[in-house]
Design a protein around this ligand. Structure first.
Ligand code: ZN
Length: 260
């Protein structure tokens, strides 16, 4: 039995996911077109009657994730029809200013390596805080209570803005600053990449696992030509390594049944 917690500390057993738990509330999902945010989107679609998605353009070195986003949404509507009617508007916010002021391997042609400060050069300082602020602004306008995001402290890339402590503090600051009662959910916070694959299968079956393999993008180098059992990518960058490692462990555990 796997378990994970939301940032509010709610502990949920994955195998205990029940559709009738869904309440008539609305959720906004931070959705990049990658594996993690796609799994979070499925998590939200299983729980809430109305789910909208939010993406950011910020001068990513490779805009492939942005190209994958509409394909993932289309595939989810096609493959998991019960979610199709809950899946609403997709919002895109232009944050190119973030690329202008930060100098990292995700926004510039800089080598992916460990920086002198102990953080990888893929770290865009403040990125998730900026994303969440804009998510709050969009949710406020739309009258949504729940924000869902894919930050994770397990299999951790070392980004301090993915930590639960950061996000709990941010939720409090945002609610104080906006006069709101947003609940920030991070369903992947305490599960590893193998459990993320398992969670996807539990939520949307093998169809959703196939959507993640075929349509999502995680590779830092933007490689879409090499197809592996776990999806597309260069196979060697830190994001590909993590995705592969999780897939291998998920496959070995026997939960995956000849999807790839
Ligand atoms: Zn890669």
């Amino acid at each position: 039995m796997h378990a994970y917690r939301t940032t509010s500390g709610e502990r949920i057993l994955l195998r205990g996911v029940r559709r009738d738990m869904a309440v008539s509330e609305k959720a906004l999902v931070l959705f990049s077109g990658g594996q993690d945010s796609t799994t979070c989107l499925a998590w939200a679609l299983e729980r809430y009657d109305e789910v909208e998605t939010l993406g950011f353009e910020y001068g990513q070195r490779h805009a492939i994730e942005m190209k994958c986003r509409p394909n993932v949404l289309r595939a989810i509507r096609d493959k998991v029809p019960r979610w199709g009617e809950r899946l609403g508007e997709d919002h895109l916010v232009d944050l190119s200013v973030l690329g202008e002021v930060s100098d990292t391997a995700l926004t510039r042609d800089v080598e992916i390596a460990m920086g002198e400060n102990g953080l990888p050069t893929t770290f865009v300082p403040g990125r998730n805080l900026v994303f969440l602020t804009f998510a709050g602004i969009v949710a406020y306008r739309r009258g949504f209570k729940h924000l869902v995001a894919g930050m994770c402290e397990t299999d951790y890339s070392g980004y301090p803005d993915c930590r639960e402590a950061t996000l709990k503090a941010f939720q409090a600051a945002m609610n104080l600053g906006m006069g709101t009662h947003f609940v920030l959910h991070t369903p992947l916070m305490w599960i590893d990449k193998a459990d993320s694959w398992a969670l996807a299968e539990q939520l949307g079956g093998r169809d959703l696992v196939r959507v993640i393999i075929e349509e999502t993008h995680t590779c830092y180098l933007g490689e879409r030509l090499k197809r592996h059992s776990w999806g597309y990518g260069c196979g060697t960058c830190p994001a590909c390594e993590l995705r592969f490692k999780g897939w291998k462990s998920y496959s070995k555990s026997g939960q995956e049944t000849a999807v790839g």
